[in-house]
Design a protein around this ligand. Structure first.
Ligand code: SF4
Ligand code: SF4
Length: 257
């Protein structure tokens, strides 16, 4: 765990390019209303039995996912709703200032801190240049704690929103027909809809009283033949990533084999 770290933003703008910015559902609605694009990213974890409740990482994944089935295999599905852009963020100004500063998502306010408590903040994994972390910069992490209380509160808010949004995301997938996921930690299956359609689907999913489409079994895609064969051998419905539907994309985290 990082115990002490200094940091100050240099305004280089590198963290505002080529992103999938994880958003809460309410943030995603506001992002779409401001003319941005939102993608839905789906991952699935085989969940044949309930694991120990003592394992913090398992509980972290459990409360951020919903139960489903792939073939005969019980799984949990993790859904990320993300602002998606290639190149510069649509809100980035020529002078590298944020054009939506007051309305920017939580994840932008928190950067470069990590929201996931099981991921260590590593400067080498961040877009910030070396001078942002220089010893003469203000203290950012002291004794493994975020020094700035506002940032610490925003991290806590993001964690709570991720849990609160799970039933909304489950309704979103059921209503919109999102039913394909990657195997977790191998990549993501992405869903891209016209912005107006995505906005309507997110608003519909927010309403717990709205009639939901019958839940459908999930398909798990992989770019690895060994993964597909292993999943199918335990009763899942798994296929190679080439079997994408027209609204689906696949972002691998590893090379195919
Ligand atoms: S919303 Fe602002 S801070 Fe966030 S990526 Fe876009 S330009 Fe950067
Ligand atoms: S990459 Fe780091 S230093 Fe550069 S603008 Fe983003 S937060 Fe600031």
């Amino acid at each position: 765990m990082t115990t002490d770290l200094n940091f100050a933003c240099t305004m280089c703008g590198d963290c505002c390019h080529n992103l999938r910015l994880p958003l809460s559902v309410n943030e995603a609605i506001r992002w779409l209303e401001r003319g941005g694009d939102v993608q839905v990213l789906c991952e699935a974890m085989p969940w044949p039995v309930e694991p120990s409740t003592d394992d913090g990482q398992v509980q972290h994944r459990r409360v951020r996912s919903f139960a489903a089935e792939s073939g005969e295999l019980p799984i949990r599905v993790m859904v990320t709703v993300a602002a998606a852009f290639d190149g510069a963020c649509p809100h980035l100004q020529p002078d590298m200032r944020c054009g939506a500063y007051e309305a920017r998502p939580n994840v932008c306010r928190i950067y470069p801190a990590e929201v996931n408590p099981f991921i260590e903040l590593m400067p080498a994994h961040k877009a910030c240049p070396p001078e942002a972390w220089a010893a003469d910069r203000p203290s950012f992490i002291k004794g493994s704690r975020i020094v700035d209380s506002i940032t610490a509160d925003l991290i806590q808010n993001s964690r709570e929103a991720a849990v609160r949004d799970v039933p909304v995301k489950e309704r979103l997938c059921g209503n919109a027909g999102f039913r394909t996921a990657s195997l977790a930690n191998e990549g993501f299956v992405t869903y891209t809809l016209p912005p107006r359609t995505m906005l309507d689907e997110l608003c519909r999913a927010l309403d717990p009283a709205a009639p939901a489409t019958q839940a459908v079994p999930w398909r798990i895609l992989s770019n690895r033949r060994t993964t597909v064969d292993t999943l199918n051998s335990v009763g899942a419905h798994s296929e190679m990533h080439a079997a994408l539907l027209p609204t689906e994309g696949y972002i691998p985290l590893f090379e195919a084999n």
